[in-house]
Design a protein. Structure first.
Length: 188
């Protein structure tokens, strides 16, 4: 899901065809990486994994019985092969889910960073105008930090500062995304 497209960013920046699409796409991708973890998602994080007899099992540090059910289709990422993909849950316990996967048997082992198990009906934030505008603001700031150092950012004493990509960037957009801000992102 791209929150900002290359054409939107190109138009906003007014750069025409001066920069290749690939360069602008890097900024759009970075915007997604910064913003999406802050938004509420219908997903849980698994801490361990195991495969035995072509059955993969993912383990969680919380009770998951109210989140998943047998026969549910989930999208699994950040677990590596053969765990990743869209899978159908075949067994569930209070802290694990199992599904069919073809691979060599592996004992239970930790996965870091944690794997992600998401309900297939995840929210599409590309249709939320406040989130899109926040993403565009971040993309412009990333672009400006790359191309125009010392421009527009001021310290408390009104002196120019080279640090455009600071915590204040996220503070600027937090109000715009408050309606869908994940409590998991508000630690600290």
């Amino acid at each position: 899901m791209a929150l900002v497209t290359v054409s939107e960013l190109r138009s906003t920046l007014g750069v025409g065809t001066l920069y290749p699409d690939a360069t602008l796409q890097e900024v759009c991708d970075a915007t997604d990486v910064v913003l999406l973890p802050m938004l509420w998602q219908n997903e849980l994080y698994n801490t361990h994994q195991m495969i035995s007899g072509n059955v993969a099992t993912l383990y969680f540090d919380q009770n998951i019985l109210e989140h998943f059910y047998i026969g549910q289709s989930v999208t699994i990422t950040r677990n590596g092969s053969p765990y990743n993909g869209t899978k159908t849950i075949t067994a569930i316990s209070s802290n694990s889910i199992s599904y069919s996967a073809t691979g060599a048997d592996q004992g239970t082992h930790a996965i870091q960073p944690f794997g992600i198990v998401a309900d297939s009906s995840a929210t599409d934030y590309a249709t939320d105008t406040a989130v899109q505008q926040a993403a565009l603001m971040i993309a412009v700031e990333i672009w400006q930090a790359r191309t125009a150092t010392l421009s527009g950012s001021n310290a408390v004493d009104f002196q120019p500062s080279p640090y455009r990509m600071s915590a204040q960037l996220l503070a600027k957009i937090r109000g715009m995304i408050a309606h869908c801000l994940s409590p998991n992102s508000m630690v600290g």
